[in-house]
Design a protein around this ligand. Structure first.
Ligand code: SF4
Length: 330
């Protein structure tokens, strides 16, 4: 019989690793596919692929994804998580990869009833239909609770050896992982920032400042306090040393640096990244924010290095009592 091939959507977590292992054990060739998002958890997906001994392809979600998060056809979950649209987007990409490499179907670690929005039967049907993948998405952990898919019907995989897990508990998955000696996956917790209430608040403010948000900016949002300076400019202020360093690293990598400035105080205080249209008064405003968050008195003049593209200058900021804090999220 011809050896079949599948694409497995790997998140780096337990469920997708388990689903992959179950199908590998049925003799299917698998290519792991990870879709990287600025809002995803930082799982070490390479480690998971290595422990499963499968090749891995990583694709970054692009600006179209931000547009979908801003304006989802099927709406949001509890916070700014557009799970149904997000899954459709992911399956469309997986579908393209499937065609590129000549694979026959897709595997996911989804479990029926685990997530309230996208892992209900009705939602899964919409997702499969809208991504034009009806019958080609196999969910090995819950397959026996669901209609037969093409790989089962065609005998590429044995339905009897698939599972019937449902619900939010992880007991069965953890027991199975132990039994299969599975390693490398991220502990089942945390995850997508779009499900987080305070991050969603920050994201909503970000969207207000941006007609065309970029992934570079979206990547910054994970770090720091967010200040909305005006309709087209925002600032992120590091909350600790690790965030200061991350903001610096990301702003250095930014390709549109003419729209971005990085501020590093020459005293103990938070670093900041400004993104959007800016002028000298706005630069001064960011300086005020930094001094205010350094708890400096208004007596002195405080030096701050400002890097714009390759250019670095030093500004002196004196705290003014009339300065009002802009809109902020934590
Ligand atoms: S939790 Fe996040 S990554 Fe997962 S489907 Fe929902 S929006 Fe997408």
């Amino acid at each position: 019989m011809q050896k079949r091939k599948a694409i497995s959507l790997l998140s780096g977590g337990l469920d997708s690793a388990l689903a992959t292992r179950i199908i590998l054990d049925q003799g299917i060739d698998i290519l792991g596919l990870h879709l990287s998002s600025p809002f995803g958890c930082h799982a070490d997906v390479e480690k998971v692929a290595q422990s499963l001994n499968i090749p891995l392809k990583i694709i970054n979600k692009e600006e179209a994804y931000l547009e979908l998060v801003r304006n989802p056809k099927y709406g949001y979950g509890k916070n700014m998580n557009p799970c149904i649209d997000c899954r459709i987007y992911m399956f469309e990409i997986a579908h393209n990869v499937m065609n590129e490499v000549g694979a026959d179907f897709i595997i996911t670690g989804e479990v029926l009833g685990q997530r309230p929005m996208s892992q209900r039967k009705g939602a899964m049907e919409i997702i499969d239909r809208d991504s034009h993948m009806k019958g080609l998405i196999l969910r090995p952990l819950s397959a026996q609770n669901m209609p037969e898919t093409v790989p089962e019907r065609e005998g590429w995989v044995d339905r009897q050896r698939l599972l019937n897990i449902s619900g939010r508990g992880r007991t069965e998955q953890l027991a199975l992982a132990e039994q299969l000696h599975l390693s490398g996956y991220t502990a089942p917790a945390g995850g997508c920032l779009l499900t987080d209430a305070s991050f969603s608040e920050k994201l909503a403010l970000f969207f207000k400042t941006r007609a065309q948000p970029t992934m570079t900016e979206a990547r910054l949002l994970r770090y720091g306090r967010f200040f909305n300076l005006n309709e087209e400019t925002f600032v992120l202020l590091g909350r600790d040393q690790a965030e200061n360093e991350k903001l610096e690293e990301l702003s250095r990598q930014a390709v549109n640096q003419e729209q971005m400035a990085f501020f590093m105080p020459i005293f103990s205080g938070p670093a900041a990244v400004l993104s959007g249209q800016y002028s000298d008064p706005i630069i001064n405003e960011v300086g005020q924010l930094i001094v205010r968050h350094s708890k400096k008195s208004d007596a002195g003049k405080w030096p701050i290095n400002v890097r714009r593209g390759e250019k670095e200058t030093c500004i002196l900021v004196q705290q003014t009592s009339s300065f009002e804090l802009p809109v902020i999220t934590t």
